[in-house]
Design a protein around this ligand. Sequence first.
Ligand code: GLC
Length: 858
Amino acid sequence: MHKPSQKISRLVATTAIAATVLAAQAPNVLAVTQPHPDQELNQEAVKKQLQVEGVEQLENGVKLNLSSDQNAFIRLFSEDMAKVSIIKEGEEEYFSEAISKKEWDTPSFDVSEEKGEITLTTDEITIKIKKEPFGVKFLDKAGNVINEDYMQNGSGYDGEKPYVYKKTTEDEAFYGFGEQSGLEVNQRGESIGMFNTDAYAYGTDTKYLYTSIPFFIGLKNEKAYGMFFDNTNRSYFEMASESDDYYYFYADDGTLNYYFMYGPEIEDVLDRYTELTGRMDKPAKWTLGLHQSKWEYSAEDIERVAETYREKEIPVDTMHFDIDYMDEYRVFTWSDKFGDEALHQKLDAMNFKKITINDPAVKKDPGYFMYDEGTANDYWAKNPDGSNFVGEVWPGESMFPDFSKEEVREWWASKHDILFDKGIDGVWNDMNEPAVFDGPYHTMPLDVTFGEGENKRTHEEYHNLYGHDEAEATYDAFEMYKPNERPFVLTRDMYAGSQRYAALWTGDNVSEWDHLEMSLPMNMNVGLSGVPFVGNDIGGFAGRPDAEMFARWIEVGAFLPFSRIHYDSDKKAEGKKQAQEPWAFGQEVEDISKKYIEMRYKLMPYLYNAFIDAAEQGTPVQQPLVYQFQDDENTYNVSDQFMFGKEMMLAPIVEEGQTERDVYLPEGETWVDYWTGEEFDGGQTITTEAQLDHLPIYVKKDSMIPTREVQQYTGEKPLENLVLDTYLNEKATYSFYEDDGATLDYKDGEYNVTDLEVKRKGKHIEFKKKEKATGYDTDLESYTLKLNGEEAPKRVRAAKAKYKEVSSVEEVKSTQESFFYDNEEQALYVNVPADEKHKVKIFFNGKKDKAGKSDKKK
Ligand code: GLC
């Protein structure tokens, strides 16, 4: 079980809201949302062990003949990744839809056999396979065991259930597993289940949520490995929940196959895992702006809210259209008011982007084109007797597209012109568990079928893939109709690999403090599961926050990879009409919201670059401290702080009434308080004050953070001046990526990469840059190097050019070859033309010591 919540009373209250609400739509939602209780393994069955009876060398590994007519295949996909499959004689090795790269160049490796053990060795790992009983052990180059089977039970099948037992020790930590409830980032001790579930108003101990990503990272002795159990059936992970000596994972059905990948850095594990399952695309910049949404906004509300954002000059990019825009919930239709051209023109004129929700269920309604076409072409999921499955969702009795079929995905994609023709920019897929209100457990019976002939699968096997395939179909709609635009799909349900198609929001959370707290470890683990683009409904979806809670939530929300305020319909909020726009809680909270949303827009170049790393290497944007600091064991269990990109650490307040908190500063860095400039050595816990408007932020010393002027929406103004917010001790560098942030032209080389470097050299500071790629026609005219915590300079020059001193921040930003020293801020601003060919040298009066420490430290 998940750790029982401390906050039982709150949970009861939450459940009460949920129960009232759900009674109207689906009487049994809360009773059971899984088809059956967790199925445990038969302890006698798992004690029976497999023996190796024969060995055959393969081009990329070995095939082992095992007892009980089974074969094991151990294949090397790269020097540091192997796939282990155990299947019945004659069966084919399995690849699910998660896998985006099946063909790998076989690494060079040796095979040897001695003393009942077969050894495979690459340049990075050694795999030792014990023959009697069969067992697998992974070692690093130096011979350290990274991961090994727990030999009392090993691996195999208990009836239809594939299982794998692994040895662990008390000090091993576990991360990943996609979307998980609870307040801890480290999942050691947890009992985890994966079966995509419409978990309206879930709690901190809800076991089954919307998304299933059967991938995790083990970290022991500062070395990390990844483990991906590619099985789409309902699966279970007992992560040392029964004993400190072992963990195990298994599924209700399907084949036994898993990928082991060795780090030793977490970063390397994720890079490899996302090479296997795919990475998100470079996002369109507008998707990184703020989004605003509510279930039950009327057409007038959407217009009014959009106008208010612009009037109040609170930056925002996107308005969402929830289910009411449809004609009686018929997908791919518009109701009169929401489809009115005037509304769309107004939003377009205010430079808003627009996203519509889209549900898979198609109203059973002869005469409605979706129903007629889908029925004529036999596109629906089927009952075991071959008839079409019918279940209730928003439109009443509905049909469910069989997204496992390519022609259904194509058909679905082809309907998106109905949305795109109104200028819709992104699509939000919901209810794709699939949720079925009158289903036996809020979804379809397990014997419903998908596909035909050889490709026929039961809902039991296909369930966790339904949202994945719908996301693919939606993604394809962009290729079809907006071939040179970057797609934006938001989904509630994922399987491993869905990051190739969609961003994730974590469903119907609740306006409760522990939900705000839970969102941090939840997103961090999603990020460590290959899905960097993740967010939670800001302010909570179900229920309503008070002013304090909303203020604290927007402080976190402004730094979420996917940042959207979204809330439940008034009908369901038990009469509480409290709205959730930034201005709905009074002036103080409006000011706080504006301050942090503006900060997000100011940090847009930095955020966009963090997303470039995500697209290129699978790097999470919202990272747990352990991601960058796995050599510091004190970070392993830090669940309420996170790195926002590479350089900034946030320590938000997530508890009611709190105005101070402890902050752990990881070892190996000096940390600068972003607000005061005060410096702290890493490797210690400090206490900091945080009144309502204050979000504690710490920046690494020797870092450079690219920022820009605030815009009301991401494409408002060209980026002409990039401000390099720099915290210098000895040397700070940044590799700045730039492209149009909207099209796929970067694939034809239309992007720039500029390496920037600031270095302290005795008594002067040098700034230089090197253009590494220059394919994009940039608007950038100059850089403003902002050196925090420095003294006033004596002079600044580049080769023979003397930079002139000006008298304000505004002036320096608009005057090339100039500098300004802000006494109050103790910051030096230097404007360097983008085409400056020479090093820029900054000379001081010489009060600095060699180590570069300023004697003016605050
Ligand atoms: C589901 C979604 C929620 C949406 C609502 C109405 O509960 O999770 O975000 O607002 O349906 O479409």
